[in-house]
Structures are given as structure tokens and as C-alpha cells.
Design a protein around this ligand. Structure first.
Ligand SMILES: Nc1ncnc2c1ncn2[C@@H]1O[C@H](COP(=O)(O)OP(=O)(O)OP(=O)(O)O)[C@@H](O)[C@H]1O
Ligand SMILES: [Mg+2]
Length: 221
């Protein structure tokens, strides 16, 4: 489902953010990504979501070859994945509802279906009461949950979530992790970067560890 081979990402500097990454993740797996700040977790997720290109090497996700995607296939690929960015990337001039609805609007779903599906996912992340607010007028944890709802609303085959509980209190963190595990049980491949070691320990999923841009544990299922 997800396969990295000999992948490198070098930023100007040069900063070797990812070095010779070889990884594979099976369809339907739930996998954590850990490692200290600066280890390369967000960079790896940017490669995986086709948000940025590797310097060299290959990535295959859901049958797409990400190192050589053209614009049309980037759009097709984006419909298959859900991404929760570390900095949320919400549209500031759209309400919570409209931010979450976006993946369904883009693919041309019927308004009645969009209404039902967005209300359902907002309910699951506990945000129904904030549907009409703009992102600047809700809390950091509420913004994070909006980003999670937007990543899940179109029922993606792959969910990539960069510290999805980083701004949440312990009770909400548990609820969001329960939600991600339910989504995984329904067939979505889930890949979650986190600094929360107690959560990683408690949830007992495969854990890939990055250090200085290299995989030091968990490369294979
Ligand atoms: N756009 C960029 N330009 C240059 N260097 C970058 C860029 N983005 C990240 N880096 C560098 O690449 C390395 C990996 O950064 P990355 O954001 O992937 O770390 P991370 O594991 O996500 O850290 P954190 O836990 O703090 O989120 C760091 O040395 C960082 O400074
Ligand atoms: Mg990061």
C-alpha cells in the first residue's frame, strides 16, 4: 500500500532531512511514526502526501508513483488520501463546516450528501456546535479536530496524520485515537506521527522510529 525505496530529501543548506528511507506499510495497517523534533517526520509525511517531492528515490502509495505524478494524477491521488498537517492548513475565510466539506465539494458530491456526511464527521470529533465558526475564533484543539474531520470526511483509503493529538487534552486525545482506530478497522491505512510515548505504548501498534533522517526501527511489518 505504501512503499518507500532509497528515498532521500535534501533541503538547501544542505540539510539532509531524509536519508535512504526504505519502508513498507500494508493495506489496513495502523502505524505510528516517532522520533525527536527535527528527525524528519513531517518531511516524510510531505513526501507521502505528494505535498513536496523527494530529492531522489521512489514512493508508491495506493498504486500511485509519487516521484513522477503529473497534475492530473496529483488531483486523483489527493482524493484517495486524507492528510492532517501539523499546522492544520485550514482556510481562514471559511467556516468549520466549509473547511470540512471541501474534499466532498471538490469531487462534486450532492449538497444533501455533503450536509449529512459533514454533520456526521463533525459530530464524531465533537464539533457540531462550532460548525458555523471561522478557524480564528475557535481553540487550537478545535482547529486540530476540524483538520482531522476534513481528512476523514471523504473516507480516504490512506490517512496520514502529523501529531493529530498534539493540541488536545488527554480525554480528547483518547477519543480521537479511538476514532482513528475505528477508521482503520473499516479498512483505511492509518499512519500517525506522534511525540506521545504513553499513547504509543498503550495502543500497541507497529511503530516506525526516525532519527536524524533515518529509520532506526520498525521498517517492515
Ligand atoms: N522547508 C524546509 N527547508 C529547510 N529545512 C527544513 C525544511 N523543513 C524541514 N527542514 C529541516 O529538516 C529536518 C527535519 O524536519 P521535520 O520538520 O521533518 O522534523 P520533525 O521530525 O517533523 O520535527 P517535529 O517533531 O519538531 O515536528 C530539520 O532539520 C528541519 O530543520
Ligand atoms: Mg513535524
Amino acid at each position: 500500500m505504501i512503499e518507500f525505496s532509497h528515498l532521500y530529501k535534501t533541503y538547501p543548506g544542505p540539510i539532509h532531512a531524509l536519508k535512504n528511507i526504505d519502508l513498507s506499510i500494508d493495506k489496513g495497517e495502523f502505524v505510528f511514526l516517532t522520533g525527536p523534533s527535527g528527525a524528519g517526520k513531517t518531511t516524510l509525511f510531505k513526501m507521502l502526501s505528494a505535498y513536496d517531492r523527494p530529492t531522489s528515490g521512489q514512493i508508491q502509495v495506493a498504486g500511485f508513483d509519487l516521484a513522477s505524478l503529473n497534475q492530473t494524477s496529483v488531483a486523483q491521488f489527493r482524493r484517495r488520501v486524507g492528510v492532517v498537517f501539523q499546522d492544520f492548513k485550514l482556510l481562514k475565510d471559511r467556516t468549520v463546516f466549509d473547511n470540512v466539506a471541501l474534499p466532498l465539494v471538490v469531487r462534486g458530491d450532492r449538497p444533501s450528501h455533503i450536509q449529512n456526511r459533514v454533520e456526521d464527521i463533525l459530530d464524531q470529533v465533537g464539533l457540531l456546535a462550532k460548525a458555523d465558526q471561522l478557524p480564528d475564533f475557535i481553540s487550537g484543539g478545535e482547529q486540530q479536530r476540524t483538520a482531522i474531520a476534513r481528512a476523514l470526511v471523504h473516507q480516504p483509503g490512506v490517512l496520514i496524520a502529523d501529531e493529530p493529538t498534539g493540541n488536545l487534552d488527554p480525554r480528547l486525545s483518547e477519543e480521537i485515537m479511538d476514532l482513528l482506530e475505528r477508521v482503520c478497522a473499516q479498512g483505511t491505512t492509518v499512519f500517525v506521527a506522534t511525540h506521545d510515548h504513553s499513547m504509543v505504548k498503550a495502543r500497541k501498534h507497529r511503530t516506525i522510529e526516525l532519527l536524524h533522517g533515518q529509520v532506526v526501527a520498525g521498517a517492515r511489518p
